[in-house]
Design a protein around this ligand. Sequence first.
Ligand SMILES: Cc1cc2nc3c(=O)[nH]c(=O)nc-3n(C[C@H](O)[C@H](O)[C@H](O)COP(=O)(O)OP(=O)(O)OC[C@H]3O[C@@H](n4cnc5c(N)ncnc54)[C@H](O)[C@@H]3O)c2cc1C
Ligand code: FES
Length: 263
Amino acid sequence: MNNPYLPRPIKIIDRWEESGIDHTFRVENDMNLIGGQFLQLSIPGVGEAPISISDFTDKYLDMTIRKVGKLTDGIFDLQAGDKIFVRGPYGNGFNLDQYKGKNLVIVAGGTGLAPVKNVVNYFYNNMDLVKSFTLIVGFKTPNDILFRDEIKKWSEKINVVLTVDSADESWTGETGLVTKHIAVCDMKDLDNTEVIVVGPPIMMKFATIEFVKRGLAEEKIWVSFERKMSCGIGKCGHCKIDETYVCLEGPVFNYVKAKELID
Ligand SMILES: Cc1cc2nc3c(=O)[nH]c(=O)nc-3n(C[C@H](O)[C@H](O)[C@H](O)COP(=O)(O)OP(=O)(O)OC[C@H]3O[C@@H](n4cnc5c(N)ncnc54)[C@H](O)[C@@H]3O)c2cc1C
Ligand code: FES
């Protein structure tokens, strides 16, 4: 019988820096994936943690990892050619059909852009599938901006609002929290608008409230959670909020359900 806890090795093909503490690791892919799913990534004897799949093809998948602790320190010591261990994929991911034919608005804060990057790329490559597409993405400072080249590329077809909380005078772009930009973004056809919000808990809380204030129905808002997890398969209860197992039912939730779960 297959042991669901048993990680398997996969090869790192490439890695590159996104910001000082965020690097993208590209590894070989032999899995069927849905954007928004995550893997349990591990190094034997060091640790294991859930990491979102930021993009994928049938040959490779990318994970954008922030160096914050024991495991991620260990991962940052690895190079192309080295092996890393994975379990998964886990989680429901985003149902792309939900957004087809709609005005799509994606709001991402910081590393929250990673789990929705594949969705952004999908509709960027298939703009005929949406009525309109706005991406509002916020970072703390210009130094924290991830996926710079892609954001520049996306701006050619998507209405991109790139904002930072604070910057010196050398920054000529937008400033202010994403909520400031949600308050003024073009949202006339509310019945045909779907929104995705991913980021730190505080940002998700106030961004979703802002959309509801603008008159958007709660069932048109989708969020993805980064909850502390352990098993990833509904056994340990680490991710449980009330009766909800985030690892099994999420990490993508409709706001009607998510509003009870947002801290
Ligand atoms: C679904 C999901 C997707 C994720 N996707 C990504 C991703 O794409 N990229 C990414 O970089 N990270 C992602 N994360 C977060 C990542 O799993 C954590 O940052 C993980 O803890 C890193 O492991 P580590 O051993 O390096 O750090 P740790 O040693 O676990 O430390 C990480 C940080 O969390 C703090 N911490 C550790 N344990 C606890 C605790 N029990 N309670 C409160 N704080 C604690 C530490 O002080 C430190 O600041 C995701 C998490 C989830 C649940
Ligand atoms: S992580 Fe163990 S039950 Fe969800």
